[in-house]
Write a protein that binds this ligand. Structure first.
Ligand SMILES: [Zn+2]
Length: 221
């Protein structure tokens, strides 16, 4: 019988996880003896990773070590203006940790994006996914030209990443850090079928000037 592909099966328990953890920590300590003592002193990651909660599409694809990536993940990697959780992560990562790069990473075969292409009711999740429906509505003409549903879903994954990059660049904490210290924001897509990342060419935000704030109190026309 061949060995199962995945390491944690339906009949495995927390004990299996704890034992795996011990083996992992010993292996990493042997390979990089200074890693855990360094991490015990604090963190100074260069990257904020914003990705989907999908089990296949995490920051592990960067092949970096614990301490290198600050992470926020939610369903379909969405950065809404009023979401306190992601806004707090962004502020901490940019203002306190002073990360140099923010990566927004979508992935092909995203369940959130597939759901947004149907009219099936899912419950509370539908409120969250309205952000993707907004993007779908804005790009209806382009998406309607793609007859194949997989092509349509893949393109909507990319359009969602572009839209979230714009949202992020309209955040004043991000805007200030881009101007003052060259913070970079990147839009990527991860292919769950190959393990490879692709950088997207995110078009300029035509409405960027509408979101620029200053402490001067004047009425902008
Ligand atoms: Zn997803």
């Amino acid at each position: 019988m061949s060995k199962p592909l995945f390491r944690f099966g339906a009949n495995d328990t927390l004990m299996n996880l704890l034992s795996r953890n011990q083996t992992w920590a010993s292996r990493l300590s042997a390979l990089r003896p200074s890693l855990f003592p360094t991490n015990a002193q604090g963190q100074s990651p260069q990257i904020l990773w914003i990705g989907c909660s999908d089990s296949r599409a995490g920051e592990a694809c960067l092949d970096l070590l614990p301490g290198e990536v600050f992470v926020h993940r939610n369903i379909a990697n969405i950065m809404p203006y009023g979401d306190l959780s992601s806004l707090s992560v962004i502020q901490f990562a940019v203002d306190v940790l002073k990360v140099k790069h923010i990566i927004i990473c979508g992935h092909y075969d995203c369940g959130g994006v597939w759901a947004s292409l149907t009219s099936k009711k899912l419950g509370i999740l539908d409120h969250w996914l309205k952000h993707i429906r907004d993007t779908k509505a804005r790009h209806k003409c382009e998406l309607d030209k793609l007859p194949d549903s997989r092509d349509k879903a893949n393109r909507l994954v990319e359009l969602n990443v572009c839209s979230q990059v714009h949202n992020l660049k309209r955040n004043d904490v991000v805007m200030d850090a881009m101007k003052s210290r060259g913070l970079e924001v990147h839009g990527l897509v991860y292919d769950v079928g190959s393990g490879l990342l692709k950088e997207l060419e995110v078009p300029d935000d035509e409405n960027e000037d509408q979101y620029s704030l200053s402490s001067d109190d004047h009425y902008a026309h």
